[in-house]
Design a protein around this ligand. Structure first.
Ligand SMILES: *Cc1c(COP(=O)(O)O)cnc(C)c1O
Length: 383
């Protein structure tokens, strides 16, 4: 029984996750103590794994979900270190901070890799991707980020996945900030493995992450070089299949919250939920336009979930002061992740709707007034 009788202050998180959660998800963590090795707990994780596959419309015969205790970066680590056969190399298609993270993972494991870079405000050039695949028949795994959370750009994974498969490689896609928000069809989108963590699309708590992908490829990877003990996909999968449990202690209360998050996901529905995120995204754009703020990424490439906003060229502008003012009033805004331009981000993740964005802009406008920052926002050049 979940009670939401406690009154918990509702903060609106406009950072790119962890996102605002419902009170029912918060309260789902308050449960009687349980040893996670009990059957009851394993049963709950079994249905959760099936539900996680269902979210991306995977055939349960051929796709599975493997849970890990850790934040979302763990999934990138797991996929890259576990799914690369001996003698093969990784191709990272890199147009942002999260793909750069995948490159760093290759570096840390000493894996042969190609860091194929593209500008952060453009989609990768498919001709260059294809040439690279053609010239390097030893590429065994291609990795990309679906939604580059640092900028808000969405990558064309279906088209890239088709190329990857044409050249016989495995396609791993970091969908951490799109999964359970942007509708994904794992098979039609040519994804072999996607991933997310519980605090983003399913609007639950941090500390639980999951990789979703093809059983046959996990089974094949049992003979690949073992590069990590805690973060090996086949080892964790085999343990789940044998016992229904995580190999090591799961984040018990976080799993209960994720269970509730999934229940609420299916109650809301894939399309209505996506429509709600888009509603929030449009409200963010409207609010920014009214104040004369400018964004960075071409609108047609934006994911619908993150807006990167340029700092105005105003001597009174201070992100820290505006942030602190908003924070004190229950709204969290977030710095950008673009090295060449000063930006901040407003995100449409979480259990929020357009009224919350209207409320936010009232507070944001007050902050601008308080610090005498000009409205409409001032920019030196026209970008
Ligand atoms: C949030 C996020 C991650 C995971 O980051 P953590 O800090 O490990 O939670 C990975 N990839 C993308 C695209 C993300 O948005």
């Amino acid at each position: 029984m979940i009670s939401s009788k406690l009154s918990i202050k509702r903060n609106i998180l406009l950072n790119p996750g962890p996102a605002t959660t419902t009170d029912t998800v918060k309260m789902a963590q308050v449960v009687p103590d349980i040893c996670p090795r009990e059957k009851e707990f394993a049963e709950m994780m079994k249905t959760m794994r099936a539900d996680l596959v269902k979210i991306v419309h995977g055939d349960p015969e051929r796709y599975t979900a493997v849970l890990f205790c850790g934040s979302g970066t763990l999934n990138i680590d797991v996929c890259i270190n576990s799914l690369l056969p001996e003698g093969k190399k990784v191709l990272v298609i890199n147009n942002g901070a999260y793909s750069t993270r995948a490159v760093e993972i290759c570096q840390y494991y000493g894996l042969p890799h190609i860091d194929l870079r593209f500008p952060i405000d453009r989609q990768p050039d498919l001709t260059v991707v294809e040439e690279t695949l053609k010239k390097n028949p030893d590429i065994g795994l291609v990795h990309i980020t679906h939604h580059e959370t640092g900028t808000g750009l969405l990558n064309p994974i279906r088209e890239i996945g088709a190329l990857v498969h044409q050249y016989g490689a495995v396609f791993t896609v970091d969908t951490t900030s799109s999964y359970a928000m942007v509708p994904i069809d794992i098979e039609k989108d040519n994804i072999d493995f996607c991933m997310a963590s519980a605090q983003k699309g399913i609007m639950a708590m941090t500390g639980l992450s999951f990789v979703i992908g093809r059983k046959s490829l996990i089974e094949a990877s049992r003979n690949y070089p073992k590069r990590s003990y805690y973060c090996n996909l086949a080892l964790q999968y085999d343990y789940f299949e044998k016992t229904g449990e995580m190999h090591f202690t799961p984040p018990v209360q976080t799993v209960y919250a994720a269970r509730q998050g999934l229940t609420e996901y299916f109650a809301e529905g894939e399309q209505p939920k996506w429509a709600r995120h888009l509603r929030v995204f449009h409200a963010i754009h409207e609010g920014l336009a009214e104040l004369g703020f400018r964004d960075v990424i071409p609108r047609e490439l934006q994911s619908g979930l993150v807006v990167s906003v340029r700092y105005p060229d105003d001597p009174n502008w201070s992100f820290e002061k505006v942030h602190d003012y908003c924070y004190e009033h229950g709204f969290t805004i977030y710095p950008g992740k673009i090295s060449t331009t000063n930006t901040f981000r407003l995100c449409a993740l979480g259990a929020i709707d357009e009224e919350d964005i209207h409320d936010f802009f009232r507070v944001f406008r007050e902050a601008l007034h308080t610090y005498k920052i000009q409205i409409p926002a001032r920019y030196k050049e026209s970008y």
